[in-house]
Design a protein around this ligand. Sequence first.
Ligand code: FAD
Length: 448
Amino acid sequence: MPFPISEAVPIAFPGPPPAETDVVVIGGGVIGVSTALFLARLGRRVVLLEKGRIAGEQSSRNWGWIRQQGRDPHELPIMVEANRLWTELAGQTNVDIGLVRSGVTYVAESERSLEQYAAWLPFAQAHGVDTELLDKSALSRRFPELAIGGFAGALTTPSDMRAEPWVAVPALAGIATRDGAVIVEGCAARTLDLEAGRITGVYCEAGRIACSEVVVAGGAWSSLFLRAHGVTIPQLSVRASVGATTPIALPHQGAAAARDFAFRTRADGGVSLAAGGFHELFIGPDAVRALPKFRKQLLSDPFGTRFLPAAPSGYPDAWTTRRQWDADKASPFEAIRVLNPKPHAGKLRKVAAAVERLFPEVGPIRYRAMWAGMIDVMPDVVPVVDRVAQVPGLTIGIGMSGHGFGIGPAMGRVLADLVCGNPVGHDLSRFRLDRFTDGSAIDLGPAL
Ligand SMILES: Cc1cc2nc3c(=O)[nH]c(=O)nc-3n(C[C@H](O)[C@H](O)[C@H](O)COP(=O)(O)OP(=O)(O)OC[C@H]3O[C@@H](n4cnc5c(N)ncnc54)[C@H](O)[C@@H]3O)c2cc1C
């Protein structure tokens, strides 16, 4: 499988969709695919519509970290469930998804960062996660290869995992269809069909599908789709770049991050590199509307975001993107089948230089591929996972805020139970939609 997934990858699920189902899931990333999988297991007839390719957007463009470490305390129990589900699901497919329990480590540049890491430890302990704080001498004993960087210490979680996202999410789609879900690629959902405000169907490129429940899991396109139906979410999309090196013998085998770099070894012997906290924001109408809610987040890391005046034409928040469209004509979702942003090559070269300085024995690092993805971020860096009160039948699972791959299977399980009206087993109050309109303050929480 080439990485990341683009329009060059042949359609595996051509459809056509049936004229009637119980639930339509919009979006074939890890969230939509996992939701469809668990809905099928709950005995629901489910159709998943993907405008481009399964995992074509964020879900094949991410670093592949399956990380409990540093999560928001409300996400953590869901993430613990996700770790278990990844292991189970890997055993339910004959595709090798590259799942390895190789740990995640954050190295601390300063004593202050180490103190912030220490403050997160009680959350790990409360949920039985094996996170450890390493001071300088413990770091040199545990990871001598990292200690040479002169770091103050580290936070490490041995039970954290990694997988190859461009293999793993299509493999989940394979499990979902085997269990009864219908997946249709190259088929955009255009509009909801509403009668007296309640969902009665979805209009897609292939016509109308009658249904009473819809799950929106459209990643960076969610705000555009929902706003056209009167549901406003303060969502920004930011571009994040990744580089895949040729095979190198990195002395540290787990995933690790510091201020200047983040890396993880891939199954093919290369390493995926990225600039940890750096991303780029294209200004557009949605961004202008949402930015005041992002004040806290932007101030917490003033140099982490580079602002660009306009997104390329056809992007969800480009200045020229239509905000209204008709069900029987091409919609903005058909303009770009797979968002494939241009990566920031200069930044990735700096990341490679930082890793070369840390591990001089590795020699010059060469990239075999570079790519970028548009991350959908919420002001408090946690998702919206909720039923939409104003549109009966509508459920949303969006805004995974840069960490939705790892938690994906469990979020899918939660969304499936939400749709079916079953107990979800976790407190979802932190992820409610009305937190942005009920006067609540934006709470960044203690996530790292
Ligand atoms: C560079 C990068 C690094 C990351 N690293 C990590 C990591 O290491 N670990 C981690 O846990 N997370 C990571 N993430 C975040 C993670 O990839 C995302 O949170 C997750 O993939 C989101 O999944 P999703 O299903 O919500 O969205 P997406 O994967 O973006 O899927 C949404 C899908 O919906 C489709 N769609 C949208 N509108 C319509 C429509 N109207 N009709 C039909 N289809 C539609 C799109 O085509 C798209 O395929 C990273 C993300 C990026 C970009």
